[in-house]
Design a protein. Sequence first.
Length: 193
Amino acid sequence: MRDLDAQRYTNVTDLNAAMRFSHLPESNDGHLVVRFSRELHMGDLKDANVILLGSNFSNPWAELFEKNMNFEFSYQPHPNASLILNKHPQAGELSAYQNDAAEPSHRTYAVIGFVPNLNNTGWVLLAEGLTMAGTQAAVDTLFNRDAMRPLLGQFTNADDSLNPFEILIETRSFGSDSPQASVVATRVYKKHS
């Protein structure tokens, strides 16, 4: 167990996401640093802009931000019983969104969160899924201009600054792949100065 605990490994979904983020023009100025979650420090989350991949089950740092979000991950001993709680359901929304492995194409969920960092001096972007396919769906949605353009319009102020937001996504899982995703619900908040 000691040897396993010291090993460094990541899944292909997270690796592909890191590669996609590294190709963005904003990453070319040398500010992009990829780290394992165990190598992060509290200071990294206080004043920097950060992208966290994976929910609190695979990346415990996400829990620092999930507690203030509407869509909260709840992991159960059996993976197919895991769910996302909707703390304040709006009209037409469910109070919980649960994995469904009974169908040939497993239904799973993900959340994209864009929230202030711990000192409110920058941003944290979370791409979280109940499964790897969910995390992939969150990242795919972020890079899908047709899906994000109307959503960003809802989240943007007149001065083009962004407000904090959350996007709940549903997808189907074939193995660990997610062929397509759809937005189930959104939340937008005013940034506290």
